[in-house]
Structures are given as structure tokens and as C-alpha cells.
Design a protein around this ligand. Sequence first.
Ligand code: BGC
Length: 797
Amino acid sequence: MLKNKKIIDTLTLEQKASLMSGKNTWESQDIPEVVPAIFMSDGPHGLRKQVGEADHLGLNASLPATCFPTAATLANSWDEALVYQVGTCIGEEAKALGVNVVLGPGLNIKRNPKCGRNFEYYSEDPYLAGKLAASSIKGIQANGTIASPKHFAANSQEYRRMASDSIVDERTLREIYTTNFEIAVKEGQPKSIMSSYNLLNGQYANENSYLLREILKEEWGFEGFVVSDWGGDNDHTAGVKNGSHLAMPTLSKNGTLELVEAVENGALDEAVLDQRVDELLSVIYMVESSGSEGEIDWQKHHEVAKKAAMESVVMLKNEAGILPLTPDKKVAVIGDFAQTPRYQGAGSSVVNAKNLETTLDVIGEYPLTITGFAKGYERGGQSDDQLVTEALALAEKSDVILLYAGLDEILESEGMDRSTLDMPKNQLALIQELAAVEKPIVVVLSAGSVVECSWENKVQGILHGYLGGEAGASAMLEVLCGNHNPSGKLNETYPLSYQDIPFGKEFPAKGRYVYYKEGLYVGYRYYDTAQKAVRYPFGYGLSYSRFQYSELQITESGVKAVITNIGDKAGAEIVQLYVGKPDSPLVRPAKELKGFTKVFLQPKESQTIEIAFDDKSFRYYDVNSKSWKTEAGEYTIMLASSAQDIRLEGKLLVSGTQPVMTAQLSKYQTAELEAVTLADFEELYGQKVPQEEVSGKRQLNRTSIIAEMSQAKNPLARLVCRIIGALLKRSEKKGKPDLNLLFISNMPFRAIAKMTNGMVSLAMVDEMLVMVNGHFFKGFAGLIKQFFHNRKLQKAK
Ligand code: BGC
């Protein structure tokens, strides 16, 4: 039964079809007097409301808004209440700025630390990511604003992001790449969700009925609308048919006509269109009634941003108690980031920060004795001897070197994966030079994801602030001088070296298919099971205090333990619950995170903490019966301070069923991933995997990306492709990769029609492809014909 039947009955077929795509870059289509438009903005760590020229790459300016720490930062707080609070602030700003839908949070799984967008995502672990995303959604939606968690699903690389096919086995998909969304949807109850650009096992996420209807709607009870990622609509009819509601940005009249035709020729059942319209309208009417008034307390939001950054600082090293810094030590402040902070990532999430702090501006407010500032290095990696000399001179006359270092902006961006986990060469060289001065060094890291810390033994202290948002500078200083005791713990593993990452060499997949060959072994699930040493484990982070765990009690409903602060500083400890089943015949990681809590304790204080088991604690996805099952038997229950620091351990007998084994998967059993072949992966996948077409010149189609023109039959197309490649290289060399060009070269041909506001139709794209495929004049003539046809259509009422 349709909730909005009365209204829907008054709409024409064309009107209903028009609602399935946007009116422009940020608004949904309206129908005067009947259906209002809703306004969408990025997301996720603050608002990016554009009022001038619109773009979805974060290139053009937006209204000032509070820039909160990015998701990767916030996740280190493991603090659901805090993430909720940040969400409420974003919701308030949205309401005041007339934004109805916030495009976020982003909760994709960090499958590989080189994914350029990891700074925007919470974790390598689905439980942590799901819980934090749910809190963020609840916060954003608290005042009636809508959250649109993204990108659903299995979207873990930027290269070819609009046209890559994630080949993931069913169990991994359910346990890793959708469990995060399951928690977010069931607990957060978002009124919208954004489908991802990629295909999943051969079908675009945005037209994947398994994802959008079976799992999201039927299994999880999602009551909201699915919006495509910007330009992510592939086959509009298939999208609507299979569960997508809103293709963004506008598909103009072409989109409407496509659906009208589909209904008329029977490709789309009108009842299905009505259902989609009904589901969309149910949310749109909800928004309208929530109004759009409100005053923002910017100072309060800045304070929340600061608190969020402070709670998220992770202390990675503190040798001989070098930290916190005391006023009796003369401190040399070195590093460009102290002057020009690195506080957020690049791309669609860029916030025009309302009140950006820099370390140099605020350091005077802290009890530190500063000898001066030296820039030390230039952004972009080029060496500069003069800057190094100045830094060394400053270091010589100080007792401690406080070095602000990390990743430059260009190294972490939407649309582009990282080429290395290393910090820029000039910064690495500077650390070496400073170490030779033989004064203790404290490194303050700014980076939204993993950096290789092979220089760790050259320094005495490391504080990782990730990307701390507009108040990151003062938040870090509070920790540095001991006003705040750090309690952040890593949301991802820091391997010793990139070589240790399973199938790291294959990332990002260059061709159409991305084989998720490691299966369940993402992040710590792999290192723990394969017993591989890491630099900093998942869940790791130091404190100025120490915590003791005792009196573990395990019952059917959960665990209890006593945590005592045995240090002399008040502080918080994040206690993690892991569950393992060592004797299982199934492929099972050694341990998996199933709960966590954060406890704040005064010196010598003890508290009993409790973590309840839930429906995720013991389940696994059984591919034979296509359902969640609990394996009967004995489980290991671990309370831990990090994935590799198990403090208390016990056993629990759980009732359930015995798994039916169909495949042995012996290499997966023991996590011998180095030995896993494509054939092993096919055994896990349960069928042959699709293979890339052979190289050489070939026929391109609507789903081929522009960069594939390098293999086009038409030499002119190959030339265009070479020119784009050269321009891109040039921009990278200049230290500022051209995000627009990157987007274009990774974009499928059909997106030319989907992202040009009706100027180009799909029929025109087809004619362009005729040209690209070697029939230049035929295609050109067709293009002209289709151009006039499209113009007539666009002009017609
Ligand atoms: C990004 C989304 C973003 C959208 C709108 C896309 O390119 O993938 O995360 O919300 O643009 O800016």
C-alpha cells in the first residue's frame, strides 16, 4: 500500500519519472505546489554548501562552516557519544544553511591503506565503522536533517572508481563490506543512503537489487531513499527498477523520457515506479515539515570540534616520558604544518573552515617555552637546504625538537589513490638531519591514514593527530603540554611496511575487475591470524597513565571486568572486546572486534565496565543456506587494550549448529595469503571470476572509461587520451593533481550524458563511441543529428 497514494494518483507519468533524478547539482526535482525540492550538500565532516558555481569535487567555494575532524580522526576516539555530538552540530548547521540532506557519513572499509579516500572513512573494521556511523547518523538526524551514509558498498579504491567491478565472495561481502552498513542502517535509521559508483559482482551498486532491495530494504528494513553517487547512475531504468530513487546530479529531460519510454514499452512496471516515488516522497514530506530555521553557536561548534580532535589524538610513542612537555624545556617548533595546518582531506568533503587555527597562532596560550619556529620543509616534497639549515640551527639551541610532519594535501585526495605510504622525501630527510643533533624529537603527525614510520627509532615521542579539523592545533597543544591525557586508539593497523599488506601489489586494481582475494582478512584480521608483526596494531594508543584489567566475568549476555587507573594522571581507557573460535573448521580470523567501551578514571580509581554481546558477537554468514548462523562450541573471549594486547581472556560455550563444509580453502584457513592463487580465490568466490579482455585495440562502449581510449581504434581518440595523460602528469609534477582531469579520465563515457545537465544525450554518447571505435565520419554525422534532436527535446515543454 502506498503511503502517498492520493498524491501519486494526481501525478502524470512524466511527473513521476521526473522525480527520479535531480533538478540541478544539489537539488531534487520539485513539482510546484505538490512536491518541494530538497537540498543536498557534502559531508561528511562539516558542510560544503555551495551557493555559486556547483561542482562535486570540492573545487569551488562553499559557505563557511565548522570543519570537524574527518572520520578517520574521529574514529580514533571510539566514542559514540562524541561522534553523535559532532553529528548534531553538523545537523544544526545544515538546518540553518537550508540544507536538508547531509551527504555522509562515509563508512567504507579501509581495505588497503593506499585508498586515497581513507581519511573520509572510519575503520578497517566493520563493527567500529558501523557503530560510529550509526552515532553520526543519529546526531545529524536529531533535528530532522537527513543523513545519507555512503558509499554502499564495496567501494575501497579510487582508481577507476566509477567503472570498477568489486569481485567479492558472499561471506566476505556480508561479514566485512556490508556489516558496517547493516549496523549504520539498523541502529542509525538514516532516511537516505548513497549507492557507490562501482559494480559489485557484475552489477552496478546503484542497480543492484540484491544490495538495494533484498539486503537493504527487506533484510534491514531501510525506510528512506537511495541516491546515486554524483554521476553514478548507469542505466536509469535498471536503477529505478532495482531500488534506486534519485539519480544525481540532474539527468534533465533525458532521464525523465527514458523512464516514460521504459514504462510505455514494458521495461519498467509503473507500479514499481510508483513505489519508488512513494518511498522518496515519504522522506521529502518529512523534511518539509521540519523547517529550515536556526541560529548557530559557532563558538560552541568550534569547542566541539576541538574536543573531538583532542579525544582522537593517538600517542604512538613516549620514550622515557618525553611527553608531556614541561615549561622548563626549551622547545624548537619545526615544520610547515605548524604554520599552515594540514587539517582535512581533498575532494568533495572539503569544508571552507569557519575558524581555522594554526599552531603558531595559539601556541602562546600554552605553558611551553618556545625558542622559535623554523619551517623545515616545503610542501610538495622538494628539498630546500636553506630551510634545513635554519631548522638545525634552531634545534641546536633548544632542549626538545617539536616537529610537525605528515602528508601533504595532495597525497590524500578523493579520486586518487596513494602511490606510497611514505611521508614526503624532504620530511624524511629532515628527520634524519634533526636526529643527528641528538636532542629528543617529538613528532606531531598530520595525515588522514597510515604512514610508514620506519623513522620511529630516531624520535622519542609521536603524537598522531590525524586530520584534526579547524581546532586541531589547540587540541594537539592540550595533549602536548599535558592538559589533556591522550586516549585515542588507532582505527587501523600500521604495518611494518607496505609489503606486508595482502595483495598490496595489486592495489589499486588497474583493470575493470578488483578481486578481493584476501577475503575476510582485512587489516588486523590478517596480521593476527598470520601472526605477522606490525608497527602499531589496530586499537593501539598510549596514555600518560596506565590501566590495569582484572576480574573478568563472562556470562551468556556479555562480559564484565574491573579497570583501574594505576598511573598518577586522570585519563580514559578504550577497552576492546574480541571474540575468536580457534577450533573452527570454518575460515575464521583469529579474533574479531565485537564491542568496546571507554572509561574515564581518576588516578587509583577503579570501575566495573560491561560490554554486552549482541547479534553480531558469534555469527557468521553461511553461504550454503544464505543466512546468518551461530557455530556451536567454545569461543575465546578477550578483553584487550589493542588487538595485540590482550589483558584478560576466558572461554564461553555457545549453542548453535555445526557448519557444513563445502570447500576446504586450506590456504585461507591458515591465512597463507602469499600462496593464494586465482584458482584458490575462485574456490572462495564459488565460481570462475570474470577476466579482463586481452590488451590491444578494442571496441569501447558506454561503460568504458575515458582513459581506455588508449586502446581505441581511432588514432585521434588515442591522441586525446595521451594529451589528458600528459596534462595529468604535468599537474602531478607541479604538486597539484588536477582533480577534474582525474575525474574525467576515470569516468565512463555514459557519464558525459549524465553530468552535463541535458546538453549531451546518451544517443550522442553512442555516436561519440562510433567515432572512437574507428568510424569517425559516420559517428560525426550521427552526433550532429543527435545534437539537434536533443536540442529540440530540451526545448520542448
Ligand atoms: C563523491 C561523493 C559526494 C558527491 C557529491 C562524489 O564524487 O564520491 O562522496 O557526496 O560527489 O559531491
